[in-house]
Write a protein that binds this ligand. Sequence first.
Ligand code: ADP
Length: 569
Amino acid sequence: MNFNTILEEILIKRSQQKKKTSPLNYKERLFVLTKSVLTYYEGRAEKKYRKGFIDISKIKCVEIVKNDDGVIPCQNKYPFQVVHDANTLYIFAPSPQSRDRWVKKLKEEIKNNNNIMIKYHPKFWADGSYQCCRQTEKLAPGCEKYNLFESSKCSSDSVVVMSEGYIPSNYVTGKKSNNLDQYEWYCRNTNRSKAEQLLRTEDKEGGFMVRDSSQPGLYTVSLYTKFGGEGSSGFRHYHIKETATSPKKYYLAEKHAFGSIPEIIEYHKHNAAGLVTRLRYPVSTKGKNAPTTAGFSYEKWEINPSELTFMRELGSGLFGVVRLGKWRAQYKVAIKAIREGAMCEEDFIEEAKVMMKLTHPKLVQLYGVCTQQKPIYIVTEFMERGCLLNFLRQRQGHFSRDMLLSMCQDVCEGMEYLERNSFIHRDLAARNCLVNEAGVVKVSDFGMARYVLDDQYTSSSGAKFPVKWCPPEVFNYSRFSSKSDVWSFGVLMWEVFTEGRMPFEKNTNYEVVTMVTRGHRLHRPKLASKYLYEVMLRCWQEKPEGRPSFEDLLRTIDELVECEETFGR
Ligand code: ADP
């Protein structure tokens, strides 16, 4: 072993299948990690036996591979991945300890690389798609947030990898850590009055920062609300508390403790959970005019429009024309150019920062926005087969009931995630879901109804208001909630099981209001079983509290899917 060697071990490597036709094989290789390169040899660590190498500086992600269900066709059962350039190397370690060691050491070596991925694929690329999100492009952007500083949880492995810990020890302890510095919300050396001054200047609802507490070694979250408490604006300062457990956990709200401070912040960005408001808007002492060109990267919602190329038109909607495009000549994306006067742009841009963090395999991912120009662009995940409504209509008579149910299940999964993150869709319908190449349905346009400027759409008496998807409390009092989304979901199930019929086809919006108020509901679609129709009817309970949550619905649908698989039809 050379004195530069950090780690050396015989592991198994899966062939990279750079060509589609090349076979998948698994070979034993001697892996050697040094500061500058990861090399693998056949047999001995000598140049003439060298089979390949990766420059450490080119590595974008190192992480274990989650493999809850799949069989691993070689004797080493603990996979991890090394993503570099346009390739992913899958390596199999003989034990969890060995894998931990490799992942930990590699992560340490790459931590200063400037190309670290923001999102990655937690599962294998296999049979032409990623097993996690079913995307069929090898270069498709990741579907799960990548955290260089923490271990990924692997449900199938009983060994707790945290014991050795991927988290640098100074990262989560009370000690002052340089690592928080990378976060926009961390303001070192900022006392209470300075924090209040900064938050007041920004004057943003949910403006927040994390600062060093007056008690050495601890941290405080300072939060600003415009509508706080008894209708007055104000500041709240919350200490980040530590549990007495080992390892220590950190929390703002006792019920929601996490292993690190960034995790707490991430959680409370989506959940107030006892705080006066969510952590909506990071306020920073760091340079305000940081470059905003990097798209697809941490806390950067701006995409540089010169990195976009435009291809064919995909369709058009309320906000304007949507085109297929490429980002950095590589990733396929959908680009929506917002028509002048169609959108309340300022509010949307603010909210886009929150929306970008909503990430789920059944939500159409928002990648970023181009706001330094007119028209502004919204850049999202590209969905090959377009909108669900047309997909249903164009293939009428060709769907099995299982396929229809699986579409509802996809949507329900996406919606359950939104519900869990207290995010209300407000316009759930088949026209606002999209279908990808693999036939996966994803929820799109969540929350976007709030930014439409067209009165005909926003006012419940307007001709374009989606009355047929709305419960009484929405068409009467505009009272939106996750439970109003549940009502819309019931209508979406109906659209799916009628293969794209228009609800209340023969009635005007006005008539529908009267009918629904009197208790009239959509009829049972021929393709829907009695049981499934009962699920729809539960979504259409007059009182919101009488309706199931998406969590309940998901459980019911999962059970149905399982029954149908077991008993067939
Ligand atoms: P708007 O929100 O302005 O009403 P939509 O989101 O409904 O617009 O988009 C209009 C049409 O463009 C859709 O019906 C669909 O055919 C196409 N489209 C929109 N987004 C995508 C996407 N991400 N991938 C593929 N096609 C899309």
